[in-house]
Design a protein around this ligand. Structure first.
Ligand SMILES: Nc1nc2c(c(=O)[nH]1)N[C@H]1C(S)=C(S)[C@@H](COP(=O)(O)O)O[C@H]1N2
Ligand SMILES: [Mo]
Length: 413
């Protein structure tokens, strides 16, 4: 009988690894306490950076209501802000995958304990664990899928990952409040109590030490970090990011030879619509409507600025030299002198996401925010948004609309 029951995962004897116990679980838990905290903060910042308050243009998350309480106008300083916060968010998220898996492995016997619910309090705790584990798997899965260029999860990434983050983090905080004191005690005394339910009653002989197991998880995490972090840099470093897309197709060399998200061909931009004869920029606002061709834009005062492209997917380029017209000067054409408002930017693109984006007044007012016509001394290439694209300091790449054709100035929120 004893033999039979220990073949079922509901029996403690089924779990034979001598590694399981409060020590391993506590160490991995404390690493996640710190890591998930950073992921949550950088994730909320990432959402704020998107200016979701400019609904429904930038964000279609319905009824974010109270969850959006913290939103603020995303600053333009320092100009590498989003490159840093999103690089950390994505690289750290990938680095923590082995730690999360190790932690789940270390507590998996508890998933099968019988009876499943012993009391009301125990039932509530199990529900919170469901939200915790489910939330963690959901957030890591949607996050990893989103950086694979081809997003396959049903539904829009933003509301899924955003709501998921709040559910996960609420359960995470409850769990941490309950468990951190014990975890700290366990790690500090380096002693694992023998009667803990995670300790196997019939352990197999060890094949690896506790420290060895930790090295395995830590080595996996380092490997994830080393094979992904390169996406935040150019040149040979980017080639070290063998485990994740570096952005879109390989960009080639020359002034326009830096990372491309999606090419003009892929998005169906018709070259016939971008010629000097065909293309016009329409600038509108309460002061009237102005239509400009590229030559007229080039006759306006041109400014140069060195800014990176930093994508929500975690990759970024180093600073590129952009040259073009100040957004503030275009706002002046639309009747706003001195105090520019928000702006809605629309591209030639007809299908797919990111056809348009909205920028906040503080972004329009920054003298480094440009409608760029040149990059690194050459006209923009088709893939980087010729005839004209937005570039704004500190902003996520997705707001740097390419192939701009219309800008509508006015209060959007
Ligand atoms: N019209 C349009 N503009 C766009 C996009 C798009 O799909 N369509 N992608 C955005 C995203 S997500 C990023 S990260 C940047 C990338 O710019 P790059 O391809 O010049 O590097 O362009 C942005 N501008
Ligand atoms: Mo992006």
């Amino acid at each position: 009988m004893r033999e039979l029951t220990s073949r079922l995962p509901t029996s403690p004897g089924f779990w034979r690894s001598p590694l399981r116990g409060p020590w391993l679980t506590s160490v991995l838990g404390l690493v996640l306490l710190f890591g998930v905290g950073v992921l949550f903060v950088t994730g909320l910042l990432s959402y704020a950076a998107y200016n979701p308050g400019l609904s429904p243009v930038n964000d279609k998350t319905p009824d974010k209501g109270l969850l959006g309480f913290y939103l603020f106008a995303w600053p333009t300083d320092p100009y590498w802000l989003y490159r840093l916060t999103q690089g950390v968010h994505v690289t750290l998220g990938l680095t923590l995958v082995p730690v999360l898996l190790g932690k789940l492995w270390s507590v998996v016997p508890r998933l099968f304990t019988l009876p499943p619910v012993r009391s009301v309090a125990h039932g509530l705790e199990r529900i919170s664990l469901l939200l915790l584990v489910g939330g963690a798997l959901f957030e890591f899965a949607t996050g990893v899928l989103n950086i694979q260029l081809d997003y396959v999860f049903p539904g829009s990434f933003y509301p899924l990952h955003f709501y998921g983050a709040w559910v996960f983090f609420a359960a995470f905080v409850a769990h941490a409040v309950l468990k951190v004191p014990k975890a700290l005690r366990t790690v500090r005394t380096m002693r694992a109590s023998r009667d803990d339910d995670l300790v196997s009653p019939r352990p197999d002989p060890p094949t690896v030490s506790r420290r060895g197991a930790l090295w395995l998880v830590g080595g996996g995490a380092l490997l994830m970090c080393a094979t992904n972090a390169g996406r935040s840099f150019d040149g040979p470093l980017r080639q070290t990011a063998v485990l994740s897309p570096h952005g879109g197709p390989e960009p080639g060399t020359g002034p326009n030879g830096f990372q491309i998200n999606k090419t003009a061909a892929y998005l169906g931009i018709d070259p016939a619509e971008t010629t000097q004869d065909a293309w016009r920029l329409t600038v509108t606002g309460p002061g009237g409507t102005v239509r400009l061709d590229r030559a007229e834009l080039l006759r306006m005062k041109q400014y140069s600025v060195a800014l990176p492209i930093a994508c929500v997917e975690g990759w970024s380029t180093s600073d590129q030299w952009w040259r073009g017209v100040r957004l503030g000067d275009l706002a002046a054409l639309a009747g706003f002198d001195g105090h520019p408002p928000d702006v809605l930017v629309e591209s030639l693109q007809r299908r797919g996401a990111f056809r348009r984006g909205a920028l906040r007044a503080n972004q329009v007012a920054d003298p480094r925010s440009l409608l760029a016509l040149h990059v690194n001394g050459e006209p923009l290439s088709a893939d980087h948004g010729y005839p004209a694209r937005i570039i704004v300091p500190g902003a996520p790449g997705v707001l740097n609309t390419k192939w701009v054709t219309r800008m509508t100035f006015g209060d959007l929120s």
